[in-house]
Design a protein around this ligand. Structure first.
Ligand SMILES: Nc1ncnc2c1ncn2[C@@H]1O[C@H](COP(=O)(O)OP(=O)(O)OP(=O)(O)O)[C@@H](O)[C@H]1O
Length: 266
C-alpha cells in the first residue's frame, strides 16, 4: 500500500491538482476541534474519498472545500487560486439530495442551473440529457414522492451532473439505498465520470465503496481530524465489476484499511 501524507508541492502536482487545501484547521467552539492542519491535493479528473472514524471531520472538510463553512485557519485553492465561499466550479451534493417535493423530476434537475445564464429551453434540454444518462427517461414529469429512494438519488445525481461544475462534492450520496442499488450506483457513477472528466470528492463510511470507486483514499484520524494516510488502490478498473470485487489487490486494500480503522474502534 502506498502511503504519503504530505502535500505534494512539486510543479507537476500543482498544475494537475484542481483543488488544494492548505493548513486547514477548524474549531466549531473552543472545545470542539474538528480538523487540525489538513493539507491535501485533489487531482483533476480523479475521484478522492474521505474515510475515517465517525466524527473525524469528513463532512466538515467537504463543506469547507465547498465554501459552505469557513475554516478557522488555512486556505482552499481552486485551479491554484485562493477561494472564499461557494463558486460555480464546485457543486455540493447533499446526503439526501435535497429534492424539491413540489417540483417534477425535470424541474428538480433543471433547478441547479437556474442561476446560470442559460435560457429555459437550454436548461431543460440539458436536464433531459442527464435524466436519460442516469436511467430515468420517461420519469421527467413525476414528482419525488412517486419515485423509489434509489430513483430519487438518481434525480439528485442528474441534478449535480447537470450543473456542470468541474468539482462534485458528495456527502455519502448512496447511504439511503440497499446494497444492490448502491453497487449499481457506484458502477453508474464510474461510467459517468469516465465520460465527463469531473473531479469528485466523496465522503463515505463504506471501505468497500471507497476502494471500489476511488483513485485516492484519504484516511483521517479521530477528531481532531488529521491526515492519517493516503492510499491509491492499485487494480485494473477495466475488468468486470464482479471480477474487481474478487481481485486480490482490491480485497487486500479493503482488509488493510479495515485493520487500520479497527485500531480506532478498539
Ligand atoms: N455545526 C456544528 N457545530 C458544532 N459542532 C459540530 C458541527 N458540525 C459538526 N460538529 C462536530 O465536529 C466534529 C466533526 O463532525 P463531522 O460531521 O465533520 O464528522 P464526520 O467525520 O463527517 O462524521 P460522521 O462520519 O459521523 O458523519 C464532530 O465532533 C461533530 O460533533
Amino acid at each position: 500500500m502506498s502511503v504519503s501524507a504530505a502535500l505534494d508541492n512539486s510543479p507537476k502536482a500543482a498544475t494537475d491538482d484542481i483543488v488544494e487545501v492548505r493548513n486547514i484547521t477548524k474549531y466549531y467552539s473552543p472545545d470542539v476541534h474538528a480538523l487540525s492542519n489538513v493539507n491535501l491535493s485533489f487531482p483533476r479528473g480523479q475521484m478522492t474519498t474521505l474515510l475515517g472514524p465517525s466524527g473525524c471531520g469528513k463532512t466538515t472538510l467537504l463543506k469547507i472545500i465547498a465554501g459552505l463553512l469557513e475554516p478557522t485557519e488555512g486556505d482552499v485553492l481552486v485551479n491554484g487560486k485562493q477561494v472564499h465561499g461557494t463558486g460555480p466550479e464546485r457543486a455540493f451534493v447533499f446526503q439526501d439530495f435535497a429534492l424539491l417535493p413540489w417540483a417534477t423530476v425535470l424541474r428538480n434537475v433543471a433547478f441547479g442551473m437556474e442561476l446560470t445564464k442559460q435560457d429555459k429551453r437550454e436548461r431543460e434540454d440539458r436536464a433531459r440529457h442527464y435524466i436519460n444518462e442516469v436511467g430515468l427517461a420517461g420519469f421527467e414529469n413525476k414528482y419525488p414522492h412517486e419515485l423509489s429512494g434509489g430513483m430519487r438519488q438518481r434525480v439528485g445525481l442528474a441534478r449535480a451532473l447537470a450543473v456542470n461544475s468541474d468539482v462534485l462534492l458528495m456527502d455519502e450520496p448512496f447511504s439511503a439505498v440497499d446494497e444492490q442499488t448502491r453497487r449499481k450506483f457506484q458502477e453508474d457513477l464510474l461510467a459517468l465520470l469516465a465520460n465527463e472528466n469531473k473531479t469528485v470528492i466523496f465522503v463515505t463510511h463504506s471501505i468497500e465503496e471507497a476502494v471500489y470507486v476511488s483513485d485516492q483514499i484519504v484516511m483521517l484520524s479521530p477528531r481532531p481530524g488529521r491526515i492519517h494516510s493516503i492510499i491509491r488502490p492499485e487494480f485494473s478498473r477495466d475488468a468486470d465489476p464482479d471480477e474487481i470485487r474478487r481481485d486480490k489487490n482490491y480485497l487486500d486494500t479493503v482488509e488493510a484499511i479495515w485493520a487500520d480503522l479497527r485500531k480506532y474502534l478498539d
